[in-house]
Design a protein around this ligand. Structure first.
Ligand SMILES: Cc1ncc(COP(=O)(O)O)c(C=O)c1O
Length: 486
C-alpha cells in the first residue's frame, strides 16, 4: 500500500491500511457471516441476555498493542458480541418495536460508512445532500405535507421528536418556556417527556389527557384542558399526537386535533415514529389520511420501512423554520456558506458531523422498489389481524386492544379464577419464560392499570406458523405459571 521510499516514511505510515487483497478477503468474510446469519435466522434462537458480570468478564481485556487477524476478530465478535444480543430482525422477535431491516439497507450503510461521507455541509456532500433533500421531499409529499415543507434524517424517533419540538418552541414561544403548556395523551412515547425536559419545560407543563376506549386522545377533553389553562393565565402552545402509539398502535384523531391547533394558534406535532410508515401501505385506510396536517411529523424508516438502525425522519411543514431554529455561524465555517437552493444540513438540526443516512433508504427503494415495501407493510397489518384472531380463539386470553397498525395486546386470564393482581404477576412473568426458551421474544405493557402482553408483528419474515407457535407458547407459559407459581 505504501509507495513512499523507505527514507521518507514517517512513523505509522501505512499501518492503518491493510494490503488490498487482505481488504477484499476480510470484507467478503464479513458479508459471508452476515448472509449466513440471515439465511439461518428462522432456525436460530432469538438470542440471549447475559448478566452484567458475565459480559464484563468477557470484555475485561484492554485493546491489544499489536493487532490480530480479522477472521479471529470476527469469530470473537460473533461468539461474545452478536450471540449475546436479542435479534430484533428475527421472525419471532415481537417485542417493543422490532427492527426487521433489509439487506440492501445494510449495503447502503456499508457504502455510506465506507465512503465516509460527511453530510453536515453542501460543500462536502452536494450529491448526498441533494439525495437526502429528494428523499425528504418524497416523504413530505407522500404524507401530504405542502411544497414548502422539509426536514432531515436523524438517529431515530427520540431525536426527531426533540428536533420537531425544538422548532415548535422556537417558532411559537421564541424559546421562552415560562407558563407554556404542551398537551398529549397518556399514551405518548417517553421520548417526548425526555425532549421537553431537555428543552427546558418542567413536567408540570405537560398535560396528559385521558384516552377513549381505543386509547386515542379525546378532542373534547383536550378543548376543556386548553380552556382551563387559558383561564389560569397559562400559554397552551403545542399538541403532540400519536400516529401509531407504542403501546397499542393507536392513531389519535388527527383532523379534529389539527382543527383545535389551528383555532388556538398552537403547534401540531405528530409522533408517527412507529406508525406513519403505514401510510405507504394500502391497509391503513383513513387512519393516517391527515398526517399532512402536522406542523412537524416524525417517521422512523428504521422501524416500519425496514432500514437498519439508525434512521429517523423529522418533517416540518415550513422548512425555513428549521434553519431559523438551528442555524448558527462560526468563523471556521465561512467556506461552507451556501447559495440558492443548497442546504447545509447542519443548519437544520443538532448535528454538524453526520453520516449519510439517506443512502440506505435510497438503495433499498431502488433495489426492491416501493411495491415490495408496500406489501411488506400490509403484511404486518394482516399478521396483527391474524394474531388477534388466534388470541380470540383461545379462551385463556382476552384481547385488550384490537390489532391496530401491526400491534395487538391481550391478557392471559386462564380460567378466570385468579384475582387481577395475580393475573398481573402471571402476565408480567410470561415474557421472561418465553424469552428463556430462545424461541420468541414478546414483551408486556400496562394498559388501564393492568399488565398485558403485547405483540408487534411488522417483520415480513414472520410466518403464520410463527404467530401460531408463539401464541400457543404464551398460553402454555400462562398455564404453567398459574399451576407452579411465578
Ligand atoms: C411512537 C414512538 N415514538 C418515538 C420512539 C422513539 O424512537 P427511537 O427509539 O428511534 O428513538 C418510539 C420507539 O419505539 C416510538 O414507538
Amino acid at each position: 500500500m505504501n509507495h513512499r521510499p523507505e527514507q521518507d516514511r514517517l512513523p505509522g505510515d501505512g499501518r492503518l491500511e491493510p494490503d488490498l487483497e487482505q481488504m477484499r478477503r476480510d470484507g467478503y468474510a464479513a458479508i459471508d457471516l452476515l448472509v449466513d446469519h440471515l439465511a439461518t435466522l428462522p432456525d436460530r434462537s432469538v438470542g440471549q441476555v447475559g448478566s452484567a458480570d458475565e459480559m464484563a468478564e468477557r470484555f475485561s481485556a484492554d485493546p491489544p498493542d499489536e493487532g490480530r487477524p480479522f477472521e479471529d476478530v470476527l469469530s470473537h465478535a460473533k461468539k461474545d458480541i452478536f450471540d449475546n444480543s436479542l435479534l430484533c430482525n428475527h421472525p419471532r422477535f415481537f417485542a417493543f418495536v422490532p427492527g426487521p431491516s433489509n439487506f440492501y439497507g445494510v449495503l447502503g450503510d456499508v457504502l455510506a460508512s465506507g465512503f465516509n461521507i460527511f453530510t453536515g455541509t453542501w460543500l462536502e456532500s452536494s450529491g448526498p445532500s441533494a439525495l437526502e433533500l429528494s428523499m425528504i421531499d418524497w416523504l413530505c409529499r407522500s404524507v401530504g405535507l405542502p411544497p414548502q415543507s422539509g426536514g432531515l434524517f436523524v438517529s431515530g424517533g427520540s431525536v426527531a421528536n426533540l428536533t420537531g419540538l425544538a422548532v415548535a418552541r422556537h417558532d411559537r414561544l421564541d424559546d421562552q418556556t415560562t407558563d407554556a403548556v404542551i398537551y398529549c395523551s397518556d399514551q405518548v412515547h417517553a421520548s417526548v417527556d425526555k425532549a421537553l425536559h431537555l428543552l427546558g419545560f418542567g413536567s408540570h407543563q405537560l398535560r396528559r389527557i385521558g384516552t377513549d376506549s381505543d386509547f386515542r386522545l379525546d378532542p373534547d377533553s383536550l378543548r376543556q384542558a386548553i380552556a382551563g389553562d387559558r383561564a389560569r393565565g397559562k400559554r397552551p402552545f403545542c399538541v403532540v399526537a400519536n400516529a401509531g402509539s407504542t403501546n397499542t398502535g393507536a392513531v389519535d384523531p388527527l383532523a379534529p386535533l389539527a382543527d383545535i391547533c389551528n383555532k388556538e394558534g398552537m403547534w401540531f406535532h405528530v409522533d408517527g415514529a412507529y406508525g406513519a410508515s403505514a401510510a405507504f401501505g394500502r391497509r391503513s385506510g383513513e387512519l393516517l389520511a391527515d398526517l399532512g396536517r402536522a406542523d412537524s411529523l416524525v417517521l422512523d424508516p428504521h422501524k416500519w420501512m425496514f432500514q437498519p438502525f439508525e434512521i429517523g425522519a423529522v418533517l416540518v411543514r415550513d422548512r425555513a423554520l428549521l434553519a431559523g431554529t438551528f442555524r448558527t455561524s462560526a468563523d471556521y465555517m465561512q467556506d461552507a456558506k451556501t447559495i440558492g437552493q443548497e442546504v447545509n444540513f447542519c443548519d437544520y438540526g443538532i448535528q454538524l458531523s453526520r453520516g449519510f443516512r439517506a443512502l440506505k433508504l435510497w438503495v433499498t427503494l431502488q433495489c426492491l422498489g416501493l411495491d415490495a415495501i408496500r406489501e411488506a407493510i400490509d403484511r404486518g397489518i394482516a399478521l396483527a389481524e391474524m394474531t388477534e384472531l388466534e388470541v380470540q380463539s383461545d379462551d385463556r386470553f382476552e384481547v385488550t386492544s384490537p390489532a391496530c397498525l401491526g400491534i395487538v395486546t391481550f391478557r392471559y386470564v386462564g380460567n378466570e379464577s385468579e384475582a387481577h393482581a395475580r393475573l398481573d404477576e402471571i402476565n408480567g412473568a410470561i415474557p421472561r419464560e418465553i424469552m428463556a426458551t430462545g424461541e420468541a421474544v414478546v414483551t408486556s405493557t400496562v394498559l388501564d392499570g393492568r399488565m398485558v402482553l403485547r405483540m408487534c408483528v411488522i417483520n415480513p419474515r414472520t410466518s403464520e406458523h410463527d404467530i401460531h407457535r408463539t401464541v400457543t407458547m404464551l398460553a402454555e407459559a400462562g398455564d404453567r405459571l398459574t399451576r407452579d407459581g411465578t
